[in-house]
Design a protein around this ligand. Structure first.
Ligand code: MN
Length: 304
């Protein structure tokens, strides 16, 4: 199934060009009190919710996809994990382009020596919320990436068992300010982690290791590759991440970007596409005058 979150945090199942509204299935979630769990409560209970969804689906009201605002399919991830320089040709372009590596020798080492980094969870939005360029005087780039959503608690997972820990896959945009600062700082700006357009569960993506991915900006093709070109594939990334920290349901791994990264500006329309997942359009706009929470309905998400 293809799970989406839309409008004011409604739960949907994507069915062709329509979204079936199955928000009432969230009633099967346990009642939570402070302190909330470290995982995303929907992803942690996805099998129970799915059973309810299947019963509701034939009679669920349907809306045309273009009429809804798509939010991040994961509302409350505990961690946004990201892989640096995980495609060889992207590593090559980082090494050869001073605007990308910004004179920082740390940016030109391999993923095996760099390890993984974290993006702030407050940077997360869905495609319908768009990207707000906060530092227009700095180069700000698109990076299209396969994003993995973890489905179960996992620590010290060997790679041959790793795919069993996955709930599903999304398209991820790891929007990046180029410069000398630490990656986690430059990549954690509000709206600089886009996840969408929906979560495709593993039934539809049995092998994440051979998916075409691409991104266009205003119709111009910028990046095009296949996940078979990943240096560390999804199982190796889960093995590496879980060797350092426990993964929880709803944690997201941005698996890294192929060659062709380039700048985006307010007014641009970005379209990212990954085989077996779908496509999403993301608008780029000027800096927001208001905090993201006021735009995203996050305050409503915080209701008990
Ligand atoms: Mn990236």
């Amino acid at each position: 199934m293809r799970w989406c979150r839309f409008d004011d945090s409604r739960l949907g199942i994507v069915d062709g060009a329509f979204v079936a509204d199955v928000t009432a299935a969230l009633d099967v979630l346990p009642a939570y009190r402070y302190p909330l769990p470290a995982h995303d409560v929907l992803i942690a209970n996805l099998p129970a919710v799915a059973a309810r969804v299947r019963a509701m689906l034939p009679g669920a009201p349907r809306r045309p996809l273009p009429s809804v605002t798509l939010l991040s399919p994961v509302a409350n991830p505990g961690k946004l994990i990201a892989a640096p320089v995980n495609y060889q040709k992207h590593l090559d372009e980082v090494k050869s382009d001073s605007e990308i590596h910004a004179g920082n020798p740390k940016h030109t080492i391999t993923i095996q020596s760099a390890g993984l980094f974290l993006k702030a969870t407050s940077s997360l939005v869905g495609p319908g919320q768009g990207v707000s360029v906060r530092k227009p005087e700095r180069r700000t780039d698109h990076e299209v990436e396969l994003a993995v959503v973890i489905g179960r608690e996992a620590s010290h997972v060997p790679r041959h068992e790793a795919l069993a820990c996955v709930a599903g896959y999304c398209i991820g945009l790891d929007i990046t300010i180029r410069g000398s600062e630490d990656r986690s700082f430059r990549k954690s700006v509000d709206t600089y982690s886009v996840l969408g357009p929906w979560l495709v569960d593993t039934d539809e993506v049995p092998d994440p290791g051979s998916l075409d991915l691409q991104i266009t900006v205003n119709g111009e093709l910028r990046q095009k590759s296949n996940t078979r070109c990943l240096i560390l594939g999804v199982p190796a990334l889960i093995e590496l991440a879980s060797s350092f920290y426990t993964l929880y349901p709803g944690d997201v791994i941005f698996t890294g970007t192929p060659e062709g990264v380039g700048p985006i500006e307010p007014g641009d329309l970005v379209e990212a596409r990954i085989e077996a997942i779908g496509a999403m359009q993301v608008r780029v706009r000027d800096a927001d005058a208001t905090p993201l929470a006021a735009l995203s309905g996050a305050a409503a998400d915080a209701r008990p």
